[in-house]
Design a protein around this ligand. Structure first.
Ligand code: F6P
Length: 556
Protein backbone atom coordinates (compact mmCIF):
# COMPACT_ATOMS: atom_id res chain seq x y z
CA UNK A 1 0.00 0.00 0.00
CA UNK A 2 1.37 3.45 -0.91
CA UNK A 3 1.81 5.55 2.21
CA UNK A 4 -0.94 8.01 1.21
CA UNK A 5 -3.52 5.35 0.28
CA UNK A 6 -6.38 4.49 2.56
CA UNK A 7 -6.38 1.08 4.19
CA UNK A 8 -9.97 0.50 3.05
CA UNK A 9 -8.77 0.48 -0.56
CA UNK A 10 -6.48 -2.49 0.00
CA UNK A 11 -7.27 -6.07 -0.99
CA UNK A 12 -7.05 -7.46 2.59
CA UNK A 13 -9.60 -4.87 3.77
CA UNK A 14 -11.95 -5.79 0.89
CA UNK A 15 -11.38 -9.47 1.58
CA UNK A 16 -12.36 -8.99 5.24
CA UNK A 17 -15.46 -7.05 4.14
CA UNK A 18 -16.61 -9.99 2.08
CA UNK A 19 -15.69 -12.41 4.87
CA UNK A 20 -18.18 -10.69 7.21
CA UNK A 21 -21.18 -12.36 5.61
CA UNK A 22 -19.91 -15.86 6.32
CA UNK A 23 -18.98 -14.94 9.90
CA UNK A 24 -22.43 -13.45 10.49
CA UNK A 25 -23.88 -16.83 9.55
CA UNK A 26 -21.91 -18.59 12.28
CA UNK A 27 -22.80 -18.57 15.97
CA UNK A 28 -20.33 -18.59 18.85
CA UNK A 29 -22.22 -21.60 20.20
CA UNK A 30 -20.91 -23.56 17.21
CA UNK A 31 -17.51 -21.89 16.96
CA UNK A 32 -16.82 -22.81 20.59
CA UNK A 33 -17.29 -26.52 19.77
CA UNK A 34 -14.10 -26.47 17.71
CA UNK A 35 -11.45 -27.19 20.32
CA UNK A 36 -8.55 -26.71 17.88
CA UNK A 37 -9.89 -23.25 17.05
CA UNK A 38 -10.21 -22.43 20.74
CA UNK A 39 -6.68 -23.65 21.47
CA UNK A 40 -5.32 -21.45 18.69
CA UNK A 41 -6.97 -18.44 20.30
CA UNK A 42 -5.16 -18.63 23.62
CA UNK A 43 -1.88 -16.79 24.10
CA UNK A 44 0.29 -16.89 27.21
CA UNK A 45 3.21 -14.66 28.03
CA UNK A 46 5.03 -13.78 31.25
CA UNK A 47 2.18 -15.01 33.47
CA UNK A 48 -0.55 -13.39 31.37
CA UNK A 49 -3.20 -15.36 29.56
CA UNK A 50 -5.32 -13.97 26.74
CA UNK A 51 -8.25 -16.07 25.50
CA UNK A 52 -9.98 -14.58 22.47
CA UNK A 53 -11.92 -17.69 21.48
CA UNK A 54 -15.18 -15.88 22.17
CA UNK A 55 -14.56 -13.39 19.39
CA UNK A 56 -16.80 -13.76 16.35
CA UNK A 57 -13.82 -14.92 14.34
CA UNK A 58 -12.30 -18.08 12.93
CA UNK A 59 -8.67 -19.01 12.32
CA UNK A 60 -9.37 -17.84 8.75
CA UNK A 61 -10.45 -14.44 10.08
CA UNK A 62 -7.18 -14.16 12.01
CA UNK A 63 -5.16 -14.93 8.88
CA UNK A 64 -7.02 -12.22 7.01
CA UNK A 65 -6.39 -9.78 9.87
CA UNK A 66 -2.66 -10.55 9.73
CA UNK A 67 -2.76 -9.78 6.01
CA UNK A 68 -4.48 -6.51 6.83
CA UNK A 69 -1.69 -5.75 9.31
CA UNK A 70 0.82 -6.37 6.53
CA UNK A 71 -1.06 -4.09 4.13
CA UNK A 72 -1.10 -1.41 6.84
CA UNK A 73 2.69 -1.81 7.30
CA UNK A 74 2.06 -2.47 10.97
CA UNK A 75 5.51 -3.94 11.64
CA UNK A 76 7.23 -0.95 10.01
CA UNK A 77 5.07 1.51 11.91
CA UNK A 78 5.86 -0.13 15.25
CA UNK A 79 9.57 -0.06 14.34
CA UNK A 80 9.34 3.62 13.44
CA UNK A 81 7.80 4.35 16.82
CA UNK A 82 10.63 2.58 18.64
CA UNK A 83 13.21 4.32 16.44
CA UNK A 84 11.90 7.72 17.49
CA UNK A 85 10.79 8.76 14.01
CA UNK A 86 8.33 11.65 13.97
CA UNK A 87 5.25 9.45 13.60
CA UNK A 88 3.18 12.17 15.28
CA UNK A 89 3.45 14.08 12.02
CA UNK A 90 0.95 16.86 12.70
CA UNK A 91 2.98 17.91 15.73
CA UNK A 92 6.28 16.83 14.16
CA UNK A 93 7.25 14.71 17.18
CA UNK A 94 8.54 11.29 18.10
CA UNK A 95 6.31 9.01 20.19
CA UNK A 96 8.60 7.44 22.73
CA UNK A 97 6.71 6.65 25.91
CA UNK A 98 8.42 3.23 25.73
CA UNK A 99 11.69 5.00 26.64
CA UNK A 100 10.18 6.18 29.93
CA UNK A 101 10.22 2.67 31.37
CA UNK A 102 13.28 1.26 29.65
CA UNK A 103 16.40 0.13 31.50
CA UNK A 104 19.13 2.65 32.24
CA UNK A 105 21.43 1.10 29.63
CA UNK A 106 18.81 0.96 26.87
CA UNK A 107 19.04 3.34 23.92
CA UNK A 108 16.17 5.26 22.40
CA UNK A 109 16.78 8.12 20.01
CA UNK A 110 14.73 11.22 19.32
CA UNK A 111 16.15 13.71 16.83
CA UNK A 112 19.47 11.91 16.83
CA UNK A 113 19.92 12.05 20.60
CA UNK A 114 19.76 9.12 23.01
CA UNK A 115 17.03 10.16 25.45
CA UNK A 116 17.85 7.58 28.12
CA UNK A 117 20.39 9.65 30.13
CA UNK A 118 17.76 12.41 30.52
CA UNK A 119 15.02 9.91 31.38
CA UNK A 120 17.15 8.43 34.15
CA UNK A 121 18.34 11.85 35.38
CA UNK A 122 14.73 12.69 36.10
CA UNK A 123 14.01 9.28 37.62
CA UNK A 124 17.06 9.64 39.89
CA UNK A 125 15.91 13.12 40.88
CA UNK A 126 12.42 11.78 41.70
CA UNK A 127 13.94 8.97 43.75
CA UNK A 128 16.10 11.36 45.77
CA UNK A 129 13.33 13.91 46.27
CA UNK A 130 10.62 11.40 47.18
CA UNK A 131 12.97 9.75 49.67
CA UNK A 132 13.67 13.12 51.31
CA UNK A 133 9.97 13.92 51.59
CA UNK A 134 9.01 10.44 52.81
CA UNK A 135 11.79 10.30 55.38
CA UNK A 136 10.94 13.76 56.69
CA UNK A 137 14.28 15.30 55.79
CA UNK A 138 12.42 17.67 53.41
CA UNK A 139 10.03 19.53 55.68
CA UNK A 140 7.42 22.23 55.25
CA UNK A 141 7.55 25.87 56.35
CA UNK A 142 6.79 25.09 60.00
CA UNK A 143 9.22 22.20 60.20
CA UNK A 144 6.61 19.48 59.88
CA UNK A 145 6.97 16.51 57.53
CA UNK A 146 4.88 16.61 54.36
CA UNK A 147 2.74 13.51 54.64
CA UNK A 148 0.00 14.53 52.22
CA UNK A 149 0.28 15.20 48.49
CA UNK A 150 -2.24 16.88 46.21
CA UNK A 151 -1.47 16.31 42.53
CA UNK A 152 -3.06 19.06 40.43
CA UNK A 153 -3.58 18.12 36.79
CA UNK A 154 -6.21 17.04 34.28
CA UNK A 155 -6.62 14.58 31.38
CA UNK A 156 -3.39 12.71 30.78
CA UNK A 157 -1.84 14.56 33.70
CA UNK A 158 -4.40 12.96 36.00
CA UNK A 159 -6.21 9.85 34.75
CA UNK A 160 -3.22 7.51 34.44
CA UNK A 161 -1.72 8.37 37.84
CA UNK A 162 -5.18 8.06 39.43
CA UNK A 163 -5.64 4.59 37.88
CA UNK A 164 -2.27 3.39 39.15
CA UNK A 165 -2.79 4.93 42.58
CA UNK A 166 -6.22 3.30 42.93
CA UNK A 167 -4.81 -0.04 41.83
CA UNK A 168 -1.89 0.11 44.28
CA UNK A 169 -3.86 1.33 47.28
CA UNK A 170 -4.89 -2.18 48.34
CA UNK A 171 -1.76 -4.00 47.16
CA UNK A 172 -0.15 -5.19 50.40
CA UNK A 173 3.48 -4.21 49.69
CA UNK A 174 2.48 -0.80 48.30
CA UNK A 175 -0.08 -0.18 51.05
CA UNK A 176 2.57 -0.82 53.69
CA UNK A 177 4.89 1.70 52.06
CA UNK A 178 2.08 4.27 52.01
CA UNK A 179 1.16 4.01 55.67
CA UNK A 180 0.41 7.42 57.19
CA UNK A 181 0.45 9.15 53.80
CA UNK A 182 -2.30 10.44 51.52
CA UNK A 183 -2.32 11.13 47.80
CA UNK A 184 -5.18 13.14 46.33
CA UNK A 185 -5.91 14.39 42.82
CA UNK A 186 -7.37 17.79 42.02
CA UNK A 187 -8.48 17.76 38.38
CA UNK A 188 -11.77 19.50 37.79
CA UNK A 189 -11.88 23.29 37.67
CA UNK A 190 -15.13 22.96 39.60
CA UNK A 191 -14.56 24.62 43.01
CA UNK A 192 -16.28 21.58 44.52
CA UNK A 193 -13.24 19.52 43.54
CA UNK A 194 -10.98 22.02 45.34
CA UNK A 195 -13.15 21.81 48.44
CA UNK A 196 -13.15 18.02 48.37
CA UNK A 197 -9.40 17.87 47.98
CA UNK A 198 -8.37 20.27 50.69
CA UNK A 199 -10.95 19.20 53.24
CA UNK A 200 -9.15 17.57 56.12
CA UNK A 201 -5.69 18.64 54.91
CA UNK A 202 -3.45 21.22 56.51
CA UNK A 203 -1.16 23.38 54.33
CA UNK A 204 1.53 22.75 56.94
CA UNK A 205 1.78 19.07 56.04
CA UNK A 206 0.79 19.22 52.36
CA UNK A 207 2.93 19.13 49.25
CA UNK A 208 1.25 20.29 46.03
CA UNK A 209 2.52 18.80 42.77
CA UNK A 210 1.36 20.80 39.76
CA UNK A 211 1.31 18.46 36.77
CA UNK A 212 0.89 19.92 33.32
CA UNK A 213 2.74 19.11 30.13
CA UNK A 214 2.12 22.57 28.70
CA UNK A 215 1.71 24.48 31.96
CA UNK A 216 -1.02 26.47 30.18
CA UNK A 217 -4.10 24.27 30.69
CA UNK A 218 -6.72 26.67 32.04
CA UNK A 219 -8.22 24.29 34.60
CA UNK A 220 -4.88 23.17 36.02
CA UNK A 221 -3.46 26.67 36.23
CA UNK A 222 -6.52 28.01 38.04
CA UNK A 223 -6.43 25.09 40.48
CA UNK A 224 -2.68 25.62 40.96
CA UNK A 225 -3.24 29.32 41.71
CA UNK A 226 -6.01 28.37 44.12
CA UNK A 227 -3.75 26.01 46.07
CA UNK A 228 -0.86 28.50 45.94
CA UNK A 229 -3.23 30.98 47.61
CA UNK A 230 -4.33 28.33 50.14
CA UNK A 231 -0.71 27.74 51.16
CA UNK A 232 0.34 31.39 51.07
CA UNK A 233 -2.65 32.59 53.09
CA UNK A 234 -1.83 30.15 55.83
CA UNK A 235 1.99 30.02 55.81
CA UNK A 236 3.12 33.10 53.85
CA UNK A 237 4.31 33.37 50.22
CA UNK A 238 7.84 32.17 51.08
CA UNK A 239 6.33 28.75 51.94
CA UNK A 240 5.65 28.03 48.24
CA UNK A 241 9.27 26.95 47.75
CA UNK A 242 8.81 24.10 50.21
CA UNK A 243 5.19 23.21 49.52
CA UNK A 244 4.88 23.35 45.73
CA UNK A 245 6.73 21.43 43.03
CA UNK A 246 5.93 20.90 39.36
CA UNK A 247 6.05 18.38 36.55
CA UNK A 248 6.12 19.85 33.06
CA UNK A 249 7.82 20.08 29.68
CA UNK A 250 7.65 23.88 29.99
CA UNK A 251 10.14 24.77 32.72
CA UNK A 252 10.09 28.47 31.78
CA UNK A 253 6.41 28.74 32.68
CA UNK A 254 6.99 26.71 35.86
CA UNK A 255 9.51 29.32 37.02
CA UNK A 256 7.22 32.19 35.98
CA UNK A 257 4.50 30.65 38.14
CA UNK A 258 6.81 30.93 41.14
CA UNK A 259 8.05 27.37 41.52
CA UNK A 260 11.80 27.00 41.92
CA UNK A 261 13.18 25.27 38.76
CA UNK A 262 15.20 23.09 41.15
CA UNK A 263 11.85 21.68 42.27
CA UNK A 264 10.61 21.01 38.75
CA UNK A 265 10.63 17.57 37.18
CA UNK A 266 10.93 17.58 33.42
CA UNK A 267 9.50 15.45 30.68
CA UNK A 268 9.62 15.86 26.93
CA UNK A 269 7.48 16.67 23.91
CA UNK A 270 7.89 13.08 22.68
CA UNK A 271 5.64 11.97 25.55
CA UNK A 272 1.96 12.43 24.72
CA UNK A 273 -0.18 13.58 27.64
CA UNK A 274 -2.29 10.42 27.73
CA UNK A 275 0.88 8.29 27.46
CA UNK A 276 2.67 10.15 30.25
CA UNK A 277 1.89 8.11 33.35
CA UNK A 278 5.37 6.54 33.22
CA UNK A 279 7.04 9.97 33.12
CA UNK A 280 7.37 12.24 36.16
CA UNK A 281 3.62 12.90 35.65
CA UNK A 282 2.86 9.61 37.36
CA UNK A 283 6.20 8.57 38.80
CA UNK A 284 6.60 11.64 41.05
CA UNK A 285 3.24 11.60 42.88
CA UNK A 286 3.20 7.80 43.01
CA UNK A 287 6.77 7.63 44.38
CA UNK A 288 5.88 10.18 47.03
CA UNK A 289 3.02 7.94 48.10
CA UNK A 290 4.52 4.45 47.70
CA UNK A 291 8.27 4.94 47.45
CA UNK A 292 10.34 4.79 44.28
CA UNK A 293 11.13 1.08 44.52
CA UNK A 294 7.44 0.12 44.21
CA UNK A 295 7.01 2.41 41.21
CA UNK A 296 10.14 1.01 39.59
CA UNK A 297 8.38 -2.37 39.54
CA UNK A 298 5.41 -0.76 37.82
CA UNK A 299 7.78 0.68 35.19
CA UNK A 300 9.44 -2.67 34.67
CA UNK A 301 6.05 -4.37 34.14
CA UNK A 302 5.25 -1.84 31.42
CA UNK A 303 8.72 -2.28 29.92
CA UNK A 304 8.27 -6.08 29.73
CA UNK A 305 5.22 -5.52 27.51
CA UNK A 306 7.13 -2.97 25.42
CA UNK A 307 9.66 -5.72 24.63
CA UNK A 308 6.92 -8.28 23.98
CA UNK A 309 5.12 -5.84 21.65
CA UNK A 310 8.29 -5.00 19.74
CA UNK A 311 9.66 -8.49 19.26
CA UNK A 312 6.87 -11.10 19.41
CA UNK A 313 5.42 -12.42 16.14
CA UNK A 314 1.95 -11.02 15.57
CA UNK A 315 0.27 -14.42 16.08
CA UNK A 316 1.41 -14.39 19.74
CA UNK A 317 1.61 -10.66 20.30
CA UNK A 318 -1.02 -9.65 22.87
CA UNK A 319 -1.39 -5.93 21.99
CA UNK A 320 -1.34 -6.71 18.26
CA UNK A 321 -4.02 -9.40 18.61
CA UNK A 322 -6.17 -7.11 20.73
CA UNK A 323 -5.75 -4.21 18.31
CA UNK A 324 -6.57 -6.29 15.23
CA UNK A 325 -9.65 -7.75 16.92
CA UNK A 326 -10.81 -4.25 17.80
CA UNK A 327 -10.46 -3.21 14.17
CA UNK A 328 -12.42 -6.33 13.19
CA UNK A 329 -15.22 -5.53 15.63
CA UNK A 330 -15.44 -1.83 14.79
CA UNK A 331 -14.78 -1.64 11.08
CA UNK A 332 -16.12 -4.96 9.84
CA UNK A 333 -18.70 -6.28 12.28
CA UNK A 334 -19.96 -2.74 12.95
CA UNK A 335 -19.73 -2.76 16.76
CA UNK A 336 -18.52 0.75 17.66
CA UNK A 337 -18.28 0.37 21.46
CA UNK A 338 -16.18 -1.69 23.83
CA UNK A 339 -16.81 -2.45 27.48
CA UNK A 340 -13.77 -2.74 29.75
CA UNK A 341 -14.77 -4.96 32.64
CA UNK A 342 -12.08 -5.63 35.23
CA UNK A 343 -13.11 -8.09 37.90
CA UNK A 344 -11.17 -6.21 40.55
CA UNK A 345 -12.29 -3.18 42.48
CA UNK A 346 -8.65 -2.06 42.50
CA UNK A 347 -9.05 -1.44 38.75
CA UNK A 348 -12.02 0.89 39.15
CA UNK A 349 -10.15 3.75 37.47
CA UNK A 350 -8.78 1.63 34.63
CA UNK A 351 -11.68 2.15 32.22
CA UNK A 352 -11.71 5.95 32.69
CA UNK A 353 -7.98 6.03 31.93
CA UNK A 354 -8.28 3.82 28.86
CA UNK A 355 -11.23 5.89 27.74
CA UNK A 356 -8.85 8.84 27.32
CA UNK A 357 -5.98 6.78 25.91
CA UNK A 358 -8.27 5.25 23.31
CA UNK A 359 -10.84 7.92 22.52
CA UNK A 360 -8.45 10.88 22.45
CA UNK A 361 -6.02 8.85 20.34
CA UNK A 362 -8.30 7.24 17.79
CA UNK A 363 -11.36 9.47 17.66
CA UNK A 364 -10.32 10.90 14.30
CA UNK A 365 -12.09 11.70 11.04
CA UNK A 366 -9.13 11.92 8.68
CA UNK A 367 -6.17 9.74 7.78
CA UNK A 368 -2.65 10.67 8.84
CA UNK A 369 -2.34 12.34 5.42
CA UNK A 370 -5.45 14.43 5.98
CA UNK A 371 -7.79 12.43 3.73
CA UNK A 372 -11.38 12.10 4.99
CA UNK A 373 -11.92 8.57 6.28
CA UNK A 374 -14.66 6.70 4.43
CA UNK A 375 -15.07 4.50 7.53
CA UNK A 376 -15.45 5.24 11.22
CA UNK A 377 -12.30 5.01 13.34
CA UNK A 378 -12.10 4.91 17.11
CA UNK A 379 -14.12 3.13 19.71
CA UNK A 380 -16.54 4.19 22.41
CA UNK A 381 -14.88 2.88 25.56
CA UNK A 382 -16.61 2.58 28.87
CA UNK A 383 -16.56 0.21 31.79
CA UNK A 384 -16.93 -0.57 35.45
CA UNK A 385 -15.53 -3.28 37.63
CA UNK A 386 -17.47 -6.51 37.78
CA UNK A 387 -19.61 -7.44 39.50
CA UNK A 388 -20.89 -3.86 39.96
CA UNK A 389 -21.41 -3.42 36.22
CA UNK A 390 -23.51 -6.58 36.12
CA UNK A 391 -26.12 -4.80 38.22
CA UNK A 392 -25.97 -1.71 36.04
CA UNK A 393 -25.52 -1.87 32.26
CA UNK A 394 -25.01 -5.59 31.52
CA UNK A 395 -28.72 -5.94 30.68
CA UNK A 396 -28.08 -3.96 27.49
CA UNK A 397 -25.00 -6.04 26.69
CA UNK A 398 -26.90 -9.32 27.10
CA UNK A 399 -30.16 -8.52 25.35
CA UNK A 400 -29.79 -5.08 23.77
CA UNK A 401 -26.93 -3.85 21.61
CA UNK A 402 -23.89 -5.96 20.84
CA UNK A 403 -20.88 -4.56 22.69
CA UNK A 404 -17.63 -6.51 22.59
CA UNK A 405 -16.40 -6.94 26.15
CA UNK A 406 -12.94 -7.18 27.67
CA UNK A 407 -13.13 -9.31 30.80
CA UNK A 408 -10.04 -8.77 32.96
CA UNK A 409 -9.57 -11.22 35.81
CA UNK A 410 -6.93 -11.62 38.49
CA UNK A 411 -5.87 -15.12 39.57
CA UNK A 412 -4.70 -14.16 43.05
CA UNK A 413 -6.54 -11.39 44.83
CA UNK A 414 -4.67 -8.52 46.49
CA UNK A 415 -6.95 -9.11 49.46
CA UNK A 416 -7.89 -12.77 49.85
CA UNK A 417 -10.84 -13.40 52.15
CA UNK A 418 -12.13 -16.78 53.20
CA UNK A 419 -15.23 -16.61 55.36
CA UNK A 420 -15.91 -19.53 57.62
CA UNK A 421 -18.90 -21.55 56.48
CA UNK A 422 -18.88 -20.16 52.92
CA UNK A 423 -18.44 -22.64 50.07
CA UNK A 424 -15.90 -20.51 48.20
CA UNK A 425 -13.69 -17.55 49.03
CA UNK A 426 -14.90 -14.03 48.31
CA UNK A 427 -12.45 -13.89 45.41
CA UNK A 428 -13.74 -17.19 44.01
CA UNK A 429 -17.23 -15.73 44.19
CA UNK A 430 -16.08 -12.69 42.21
CA UNK A 431 -14.26 -14.89 39.69
CA UNK A 432 -17.29 -17.18 39.28
CA UNK A 433 -18.91 -14.20 37.62
CA UNK A 434 -15.79 -13.46 35.57
CA UNK A 435 -15.90 -16.98 34.12
CA UNK A 436 -19.68 -17.13 33.69
CA UNK A 437 -20.38 -13.85 31.91
CA UNK A 438 -18.40 -14.53 28.69
CA UNK A 439 -20.27 -17.81 28.18
CA UNK A 440 -23.63 -16.21 28.91
CA UNK A 441 -22.83 -13.65 26.20
CA UNK A 442 -21.49 -16.22 23.72
CA UNK A 443 -24.10 -18.96 24.10
CA UNK A 444 -27.21 -17.06 25.15
CA UNK A 445 -30.37 -19.04 25.83
CA UNK A 446 -32.76 -20.37 23.19
CA UNK A 447 -36.57 -20.52 23.30
CA UNK A 448 -36.24 -24.32 23.19
CA UNK A 449 -34.12 -24.32 26.35
CA UNK A 450 -36.67 -22.05 28.02
CA UNK A 451 -39.56 -24.31 26.99
CA UNK A 452 -37.63 -27.24 28.45
CA UNK A 453 -37.44 -25.30 31.71
CA UNK A 454 -41.24 -24.85 31.60
CA UNK A 455 -41.02 -21.07 31.22
CA UNK A 456 -44.54 -19.77 30.46
CA UNK A 457 -45.13 -18.91 26.83
CA UNK A 458 -45.68 -15.20 27.39
CA UNK A 459 -42.20 -14.89 28.92
CA UNK A 460 -40.25 -16.86 26.32
CA UNK A 461 -39.41 -13.83 24.16
CA UNK A 462 -38.39 -11.78 27.20
CA UNK A 463 -36.16 -14.48 28.61
CA UNK A 464 -34.47 -15.43 25.35
CA UNK A 465 -30.80 -14.46 24.96
CA UNK A 466 -29.64 -14.39 21.37
CA UNK A 467 -25.99 -14.98 22.39
CA UNK A 468 -23.23 -14.68 19.77
CA UNK A 469 -21.92 -11.63 21.62
CA UNK A 470 -18.14 -11.35 21.46
CA UNK A 471 -15.80 -10.97 24.40
CA UNK A 472 -12.24 -11.74 25.34
CA UNK A 473 -10.76 -12.79 28.65
CA UNK A 474 -7.45 -11.54 29.98
CA UNK A 475 -6.13 -13.24 33.10
CA UNK A 476 -3.39 -11.61 35.16
CA UNK A 477 -1.48 -13.70 37.71
CA UNK A 478 -1.93 -11.08 40.43
CA UNK A 479 -2.30 -7.34 40.73
CA UNK A 480 1.02 -6.07 41.99
CA UNK A 481 2.90 -3.05 40.70
CA UNK A 482 4.53 -5.10 37.91
CA UNK A 483 1.19 -6.49 36.66
CA UNK A 484 -0.37 -3.02 36.75
CA UNK A 485 2.45 -1.84 34.48
CA UNK A 486 1.84 -4.78 32.14
CA UNK A 487 -1.87 -4.00 31.91
CA UNK A 488 -1.24 -0.34 31.18
CA UNK A 489 1.24 -1.04 28.37
CA UNK A 490 -0.97 -3.72 26.77
CA UNK A 491 -3.79 -1.22 26.37
CA UNK A 492 -1.54 1.66 25.27
CA UNK A 493 -0.07 -0.50 22.49
CA UNK A 494 -3.44 -1.93 21.51
CA UNK A 495 -4.66 1.61 20.82
CA UNK A 496 -1.54 2.30 18.75
CA UNK A 497 -2.10 -0.89 16.72
CA UNK A 498 -5.67 0.17 15.93
CA UNK A 499 -4.50 3.62 14.85
CA UNK A 500 -1.67 2.20 12.75
CA UNK A 501 -4.09 -0.11 10.92
CA UNK A 502 -6.72 2.58 10.40
CA UNK A 503 -3.94 4.81 9.08
CA UNK A 504 -4.65 7.70 11.43
CA UNK A 505 -2.45 9.74 13.76
CA UNK A 506 -3.19 8.34 17.22
CA UNK A 507 -0.87 10.80 18.90
CA UNK A 508 -2.40 14.22 18.29
CA UNK A 509 -5.66 15.62 19.71
CA UNK A 510 -6.78 18.63 17.72
CA UNK A 511 -10.38 17.81 18.56
CA UNK A 512 -10.02 19.28 22.04
CA UNK A 513 -9.03 22.75 20.80
CA UNK A 514 -12.30 24.27 19.57
CA UNK A 515 -14.12 23.90 22.87
CA UNK A 516 -11.13 25.43 24.68
CA UNK A 517 -11.09 28.54 22.46
CA UNK A 518 -14.86 29.04 22.70
CA UNK A 519 -14.61 28.79 26.50
CA UNK A 520 -12.02 31.55 26.44
CA UNK A 521 -14.46 33.85 24.55
CA UNK A 522 -17.11 33.09 27.17
CA UNK A 523 -14.59 33.76 29.97
CA UNK A 524 -13.86 37.22 28.46
CA UNK A 525 -17.58 37.99 28.24
CA UNK A 526 -18.22 36.92 31.85
CA UNK A 527 -15.41 39.17 33.00
CA UNK A 528 -16.72 42.18 31.00
CA UNK A 529 -20.27 41.65 32.20
CA UNK A 530 -19.30 41.20 35.83
CA UNK A 531 -16.78 44.03 36.07
CA UNK A 532 -18.27 46.59 33.65
CA UNK A 533 -21.88 45.48 33.43
CA UNK A 534 -21.56 45.00 29.66
CA UNK A 535 -24.38 43.07 27.96
CA UNK A 536 -23.70 39.70 26.38
CA UNK A 537 -22.70 40.19 22.75
CA UNK A 538 -21.27 38.22 19.85
CA UNK A 539 -22.92 34.88 20.58
CA UNK A 540 -25.88 33.15 18.95
CA UNK A 541 -29.38 33.56 20.39
CA UNK A 542 -29.25 30.42 22.48
CA UNK A 543 -25.85 31.08 24.08
CA UNK A 544 -26.69 34.76 24.64
CA UNK A 545 -29.87 33.75 26.43
CA UNK A 546 -28.15 31.09 28.54
CA UNK A 547 -25.29 33.42 29.49
CA UNK A 548 -27.67 36.25 30.34
CA UNK A 549 -29.71 33.99 32.61
CA UNK A 550 -26.52 32.78 34.27
CA UNK A 551 -25.30 36.35 34.89
CA UNK A 552 -28.70 37.36 36.27
CA UNK A 553 -28.47 34.61 38.86
CA UNK A 554 -25.30 36.26 40.25
CA UNK A 555 -23.84 32.88 40.84
CA UNK A 556 -20.25 33.88 40.14
O1 F6P B 1 -7.65 17.30 26.93
C1 F6P B 1 -6.64 17.80 26.15
C2 F6P B 1 -5.29 17.68 26.78
O2 F6P B 1 -4.40 18.38 25.98
C3 F6P B 1 -4.83 16.24 27.00
O3 F6P B 1 -4.32 15.67 25.88
C4 F6P B 1 -3.86 16.43 28.10
O4 F6P B 1 -3.55 15.22 28.71
C5 F6P B 1 -4.61 17.38 28.99
O5 F6P B 1 -5.25 18.25 28.08
C6 F6P B 1 -3.78 18.15 29.98
O6 F6P B 1 -2.77 18.89 29.38
P1 F6P B 1 -1.55 19.44 30.19
O7 F6P B 1 -0.82 18.27 30.77
O8 F6P B 1 -0.74 20.22 29.22
O9 F6P B 1 -2.09 20.32 31.29
Amino acid sequence: MASSALICDTEPWKDLKSHVESIKKTHLRDLMKDVERCKSMIVESDGLLLDFSRQCATQGTMEKLFKLAEAAHLREKIDKMYKGEHINSTEDRSVLHVALRAARDATFYSDGKNVMPEVWNVLDKIKAFSEKVRSGSWVGETGKALKDVVAVGIGGSFLGPLFVHTALQTEPEAAKCAEGRQLRFLANVDPIDVARNITGLSPETTLVVVVSKTFTTAETMLNARTLREWISASLGPQAIAKHMVAVSTNLTLVEKFGIDPANAFAFWDWVGGRYSVCSAVGVLPLSLQYGFSVIEKFLSGASSIDKHFHSTPFEKNIPVLLGLLSVWNVSFLGYPARAILPYSQALEKFAPHIQQVSMESNGKGVSIDGLPLPFEAGEIDFGEPGTNGQHSFYQLIHQGRVIPCDFIGIMKSQQPVYLKGETVSNHDELMSNFFAQPDALAYGKTPEQLLGEKVPNHLIAHKTFSGNRPSLSLLLPSLNAYNIGQLLAIYEHRVAVEGFVWGINSFDQWGVELGKSLASQVRKQLNLSRTKGEPVEGFNFSTTNLLTRYLEAESG
